[in-house]
Ligand binder design. Structure first.
Ligand code: 5GP
Ligand code: MG
Length: 190
């Protein structure tokens, strides 16, 4: 049983559909973590988490991986409202030293793939990592080819704008414990 308080009613009213409750997300993370633990056992692993959206995913996933891994967080943004700006902004200048290490990029959601392509290319060019893989909590079904795909995926979801469990709409809703579709009315309100 969840130890969390009831969801704020006003926030809940802005959700048109809950896709995954917390218990469902955590069960899926158990499976993902098991796969990743076997994949990276005996290897020097650095997880690069893309903030802000992946902070809860990162915390819940990494606590389920009993390996001596390292973590680096990158602050990257490409979204304004519900559409990608197409422009990927790195707020970091200094990256962790991952030379000779295996790198797993963690992100909240793979949509167009523009953001992860840019992150992947920068790491591939500058980092000297032994390997580079991508793990996302969510992958949208967008009906067209992407410039990059994920190696590990929590859930494939419909092409709708989702919030909660770290994901925001204009910086709101990140602390919802579940993943849901935001209502048209909430989007219209801004
Ligand atoms: P992409 O470059 O793949 O189009 O966008 C990736 C980033 O856009 C994600 O890391 C996430 O921050 C944001 N994003 C894409 N789709 C959604 C969505 O449905 N909800 C939220 N909250 N953010 C999204
Ligand atoms: Mg993001």
């Amino acid at each position: 049983m969840s130890r969390l308080p009831p969801t704020n009613p006003a926030m809940l009213a802005d959700i048109s559909k809950v896709l995954y409750h917390e218990s469902t997300i955590l069960s899926r993370l158990d499976e993902l973590a098991h796969t990743l633990t076997e994949e990276y056992r005996g290897k020097d692993l650095t997880c690069v988490a893309i903030l802000n959206g992946s902070f809860i995913f990162m915390a819940d996933l990494l606590r389920r991986i009993p390996l001596p891994l390292q973590v680096d967080c990158w602050s990257v943004s490409s979204y304004h409202g519900t559409t990608s700006s197409g422009q990927v902004n790195f707020r970091q200048t200094q990256l962790a030293d991952v030379r000779g290490r295996h790198v797993l990029i963690l992100d909240d959601i793979l949509d167009s793939g523009v953001t992860l392509r840019a992150i992947h290319d920068r790491l591939a060019a500058e980092s000297g990592a032994l390997s580079l893989k991508i793990c996302v909590l969510l992958r949208k079904q967008i009906g067209q080819a992407r410039p990059i795909d994920a190696d590990y995926v929590g859930f494939d979801i419909p092409n709708e704008f989702v919030v909660g469990y770290g994901l925001d709409y204009n910086e709101h809703y990140r602390n919802l414990p579940f993943i849901g579709v935001i209502s048209e009315a909430a989007i219209a309100r801004g």
